[in-house]
Design a protein around this ligand. Structure first.
Ligand SMILES: [Zn+2]
Length: 134
């Protein structure tokens, strides 16, 4: 193996410069971690007010949805498991559209339901709902 004498110097010489340069990408990376990717897809501050009506939303997405009881909860077929018993309860009068599956799929609010149904993260689910995504 023959090493050119300059090669032994070059890395040392470059290292100084690359440390300086390294600062930038790291800084940019930390910024994008804070603020999201170069194309920030913002969620408007009033998104909660612009969510679909739970009654309309669940009426569309839950099979065999029944009439709500006195507290606004209705039973339907859970889309998250092979449900034959209408294990899903959804709150169609509450503004957050709560849901719960009594067969063990968990529960949450309307955004959580939509994100799970569509396989989206929270922000993507909100954007999808804001865009009228159904
Ligand atoms: Zn379920």
């Amino acid at each position: 193996m023959i090493r050119h004498p300059r090669n032994t110097n070059a890395p040392a010489g470059r290292q100084g410069a690359s440390i300086e340069r390294k600062g930038n990408p790291a800084y940019v990376a930390s910024l994008s971690a804070l603020y999201g990717s170069a194309k920030p897809a913002r969620i408007p501050g009033n998104w909660r007010d612009r969510m679909p009506d739970p009654a309309a939303y669940y009426g569309q997405h839950v099979a065999k949805l029944g009439k709500p009881n006195g507290t606004g909860w209705a039973q339907g077929v859970c889309p998250f498991h092979d449900d034959h018993n209408k294990s899903l309860s959804v709150c169609i009068t509450g503004e957050r559209g709560g849901w719960r599956c009594f067969a063990g799929c968990g529960g949450g609010d309307l955004v959580g339901f939509h994100s799970r149904l569509r396989g989206l993260d929270f922000r993507a689910a909100v954007r999808d709902l804001l865009g009228g995504g159904a």
